[in-house]
Design a protein around this ligand. Structure first.
Ligand SMILES: *[C@@H]1O[C@H](CO)[C@@H](O)[C@H](O)[C@H]1NC(C)=O
Ligand SMILES: *[C@@H]1O[C@H](CO)[C@@H](O)[C@H](O)[C@H]1NC(C)=O
Ligand SMILES: *[C@@H]1O[C@H](CO)[C@@H](O)[C@H](O)[C@H]1NC(C)=O
Length: 353
């Protein structure tokens, strides 16, 4: 008689799951049978995906869905141009290759803004692969999901690694693990460090003003802060004007702020090359592609700063997360004094992002 016991054993061998309870089992998650589903972060041409910070949130959200469900993770980010011109896979190949999933049932869904916020509430308890049951799920998301997905008890085993990490550490862990600058940006970064930073301490500010008439790309952005707030940044910069010790680095969406800094700190201020542009609101042209590469390079530079001032922006926030330390970190917010802050401060707390 084929005993019930052997059936159970067969089941266990086939599905693997039960091995986890065997103390001597050395089957690592990499060797476990993975399911053959795909979760793909997709930002397609002509679709509004949000700016670079929004897209990073989407990438991390979809990464966690794949990670929780043992699915494959891919990125297809082609607006305004293929983003692998700026960033490349590091620990595994996440490039989306349509031949890999040819003829497989698939779905493409957009969860922008409040739709993402509804989904993330659901995903504190939902079964992700039941919710997205097709073999291949393409998602455009622009909200912060890690804080929600980590609460989902169905995936406590796969997501055990999140348990002791803060939201900042989750972002930084994933980003450092999967992303590396493309050869072109690595070269530009190296040049920047050698010829511009040249061994000095780097004091940086990321000043996002938002909607502004000086650059048509940003006309449709929301107003984020009055440019006058930058006066407080110049006051802080003035503490670091010894040219033997420091360099000042600025990244901003506002040409006026930029020219003020150039006028006030000649010889001290360094910048990366490339045009200013909004990666989502600008036209899908070569110039916007160059602006996209510059944003990614600038964010990478920000993540290496000795002193970092950041404003209301996913780009600055994520740079601060990857930078890691909370020392010499300052928050610049509308209507508030520029002050030292940390990842518990309002600028770093989830509300509608
Ligand atoms: C989930 O992500 C963590 C951190 O990057 C990684 O160590 C782990 O191997 C991943 N698990 C799966 C099943 O992809
Ligand atoms: C999710 O639902 C699928 C389909 O019903 C099921 O096979 C899977 O085991 C469920 N996953 C979890 C973690 O409960
Ligand atoms: C973090 O910053 C807040 C002010 O934003 C301050 O009240 C708090 O003490 C700081 N926490 C740590 C651990 O430094």
């Amino acid at each position: 008689m084929l005993s019930v016991l052997s059936l159970i054993l067969l089941y266990m061998v086939y599905y693997g799951d039960v091995f986890d309870r065997w103390p001597v089992s050395e089957i690592s998650s990499a060797e476990k049978p993975r399911n053959d589903k795909y979760f793909v972060y997709s930002c397609r041409k002509g679709v509004s995906c949000g700016g670079w910070g929004d897209r990073q949130k989407g990438v991390v959200a979809v990464y966690l869905m794949a990670n929780a469900t043992n699915s494959k993770f891919r990125i297809q980010l082609v607006k305004p141009c293929d983003f692998t011109r700026a960033l490349r896979p590091k620990s595994f190949n996440w490039r989306f290759n349509k031949d890999e999933v040819l003829n497989r049932p698939s779905t493409y869904q957009v969860f922008r803004n409040e739709y993402g916020r509804i989904l993330r509430e659901k995903f504190t308890t939902a079964n992700f692969t039941r919710y997205f049951s097709k073999d291949v799920t393409h998602l455009m998301i622009n909200s912060e999901f890690s804080h929600y997905i980590r609460q989902n008890k169905l995936y406590s085993h796969n997501l055990a690694w999140l348990k002791d990490l803060s939201m900042a550490e989750i972002f930084a862990t994933i980003w450092r693990d999967i992303m590396v600058l493309s050869p072109e940006l690595q070269k530009r970064y190296k040049q920047f460090v050698e010829t511009k930073v040249s061994g000095k301490k780097l004091v940086c500010a990321q000043i996002r003003v938002g909607q502004n008439r000086g650059n048509s790309d940003f006309l449709k952005d929301n107003p984020r802060m009055s440019a006058g707030q930058s006066l407080m940044v110049w006051d802080l910069f003035r503490k670091y004007t010894d040219p033997a010790k420091y360099k000042l680095f600025l990244t901003t969406d506002d040409e006026g702020v930029r020219s003020d800094a150039k006028r006030l700190f000649p010889g001290m201020l360094i910048e990366s090359d490339g045009p200013l542009g909004h990666v989502d609101l600008g036209p899908e042209t070569d110039k916007t592609c160059d602006a996209f590469k510059k944003v990614i390079l600038d964010q990478h530079i920000l993540s290496t700063c000795d002193v970092l001032i950041t404003s209301f922006s996913g780009i600055g926030r994520h740079a601060a997360y990857v930078r890691g330390k909370e020392t010499d970190l300052y928050c610049l917010e509308e209507g508030k004094d520029l002050s030292p802050c940390n990842f518990s401060s309002t600028l770093f707390q989830p509300s509608d992002w």
